[in-house]
Design a protein around this ligand. Sequence first.
Ligand code: NAP
Length: 303
Amino acid sequence: MSAILKNIAIIGASGSVGKPTLEELLKIGKHSITVISRKSSQAVFPAGVRIEKGEYDDDAFMKSALAGQDVLIIMLGFPGLPQQDLIVQQASKAGVMYVLPCEYGMDSQNDKACEISSMIQDKRDVQIRIKELGMKFIAVVTNFWTDYMIAHNAGGFNLTAKRATVHPGTYRWHTTTQAQVGRGIAAMLSLPAATIEKDFANGWLYLTSFHVTHEEMFQAILTATNSTESKWQVERKPAKQLLEEGQVKLKAGDRSGVWDVLHGATFAEGYGGEYSREPHNVMLGLPEEDLVDVVRQAAKEVR
Ligand SMILES: NC(=O)c1ccc[n+]([C@@H]2O[C@H](COP(=O)([O-])OP(=O)(O)OC[C@H]3O[C@@H](n4cnc5c(N)ncnc54)[C@H](OP(=O)(O)O)[C@@H]3O)[C@@H](O)[C@H]2O)c1
């Protein structure tokens, strides 16, 4: 049997997507896992992992925490993103082979998405950096996390205020639950090392839970919350229009345009909401999920 990439380090392992990823890796039970967590962090981790507490700019600490790691998974919260380049440099110095950089969103292979969003272009820059430093990247594409979107009143749906901006049309886009992101990453990293090298080195892992229209997502929200459209304030607007409104805001210096651009692009044709290839779900044996159930659970977490 071909060997696996046994030694995995995770940064951000207590976060929204780090937690399910760590849980799934532990469930599979094939890897030696090291969690790297900041000294100031209050995060707690399950038994069965080696915990390294320290700072990303402490060379000696990072060298020792990353020594012998085959894979580094970086799942930094947004405020930590400026630290990613430093972390990547530390990984290279320690001899890490594969890095999963902070992606876990829109498809960084999509040229149009990179043109309209510097956040997505930045992901490409990180991939180039990883290669320049002699390592290989594996970019994980998930689009919006379904449950996170609902719980954060995002994606055009505000469950708290019962307000929705629905993007009409038949365009289907992918969305992935946080649990499925964790399952997908853990399953991919449990493949034989030779398969990972062949199929994913300097490549993309595409994950999905649902392939839906924006209207279908709204109907699922109404069903999951036992509501009807008449109880909501609903505006219908083409996704492309939202994208363009976001671009106008950005030109005028209004940073809230960043999210309108990202949302509009996810739900408008051509920017990667619909993946450019079949997702890897079947290859990885990922389960089917129920959209209404997922929305019902996430609706309990709305903040
Ligand atoms: N597709 C989507 O819908 C979506 C949504 C949100 C995020 N994302 C992507 O997923 C990545 C991970 O997001 P997440 O929501 O899982 O992250 P998160 O829960 O906000 O944070 C994850 C971890 O990052 C570490 N961290 C390091 N520096 C930090 C800092 N300055 N401030 C806060 N945390 C810091 C912390 O670990 P320790 O405390 O252990 O040090 C924290 O637990 C993001 O970078 C983004 O690329 C995608």
